[in-house]
Design a protein around this ligand. Structure first.
Ligand code: PDD
Length: 277
């Protein structure tokens, strides 16, 4: 399998990561996950813009332009003959003797990208998934797509141990987002999702759903909601690159509505599908 390593298309087996890569030692870096549908990258401009923004917010300057990165990614997807899957991209501050201080300004960031096959989760999308609520123990810059995902991993693992798909995080009773997705509720036909503040990642899927809703006359508000509103909502759904628009039918062992994906969620799934094709 081919990967991109510092701007070069090369065999995965040829590359090894230095023990003093700051991403490896400190989680000092940022990442993106981009969907590939039918061999084509989906919303890649938005993802690459966010990658640059995340990198800049921790003072990493990417040595490539969006145009250059796109060119490389198209080649990568083509070489690996990927039809349905994802591209994972990661940038770290580079290799330097371990020190909490930033390394010398001439340190070259380590940039890599690789592909993986990943089918569309059709069964779950039709049936819906279950979730738990957990306390959001993350830092106050969740808008940066940082490699530091430990709280997200702990939340997701807990969900799995309860037999659930996702953990929905809350700060003092206000729902922020899932461990690897954004979340919306539907109450009396109105869709609500947490505003794009420092407390959530402003998901590309979330932004697309906001745009789709507006165009199709659905009312979607960027307004925070409580755990109580979540549990009593008519519909709940997740939004994310890997989850797409995913109905949630049970939370903390309480059934949402009648335990089936609701009409607004289904409409959004169908409108989202139209965007892909
Ligand atoms: N995660 N919130 C969090 C915390 C996320 O990790 C993600 C995506 C999202 C949804 O963002 P987007 O629609 O841009 O994918 C929201 C990716 C898929 C991951 O970490 O694998």
């Amino acid at each position: 399998m081919k990967i991109i390593y510092n701007g070069m298309l090369t065999e995965r087996s040829q590359i090894s990561i230095d023990i003093e890569d700051r991403g490896y030692q400190f989680g000092d870096g940022v990442y993106e996950v981009i969907r590939v549908y039918n061999g084509k990258l989906f919303t890649e401009d938005e993802h690459l813009q966010r990658l640059i923004k995340s990198a800049e917010s921790i003072q990493i300057k990417l040595p490539y332009t969006i145009v250059e990165m796109k060119k490389q990614l198209f080649k990568l997807v083509e070489e690996n003959k990927l039809t349905f899957g994802i591209v994972y991209l990661q940038v770290t501050r580079g290799v330097s003797p371990r020190n909490h201080l930033f390394p010398q300004p001439n340190t070259i960031p380590v940039y890599l990208a690789y592909t993986r096959e990943l089918p569309i989760p059709i069964t779950d999308m039709k049936k819906g998934v279950t979730a738990i609520t957990v306390e959001d123990i993350r830092w106050l810059r969740c808008d940066i797509k940082s490699l530091n995902l430990l709280p997200n991993l702990l939340a997701k693992q807990k969900a799995s141990e309860y037999g659930c798909f996702e953990a929905l995080q809350h700060r003092s009773g206000t729902i922020t987002e899932g461990s690897s997705s954004n979340v919306s509720i539907v109450v009396n036909g109105i869709i609500k999702t947490h505003p794009a503040t420092n407390l959530i990642l402003n998901g590309i899927t979330r932004k697309l759903i906001l745009e789709i809703s507006k165009k199709s006359g659905l009312e979607m508000k960027e307004e925070a909601f409580t755990v109580d509103e979540l549990l009593n909502a008519d519909e709940v759904f997740l939004m994310g690159t890997t989850t797409e628009v995913m109905p949630v039918i049970e939370i903390d062992k309480r059934t949402i509505r009648n335990g089936k994906p609701g009409p607004v969620t289904k409409q959004l799934q169908s409108l989202f599908k139209d965007k892909i094709e």
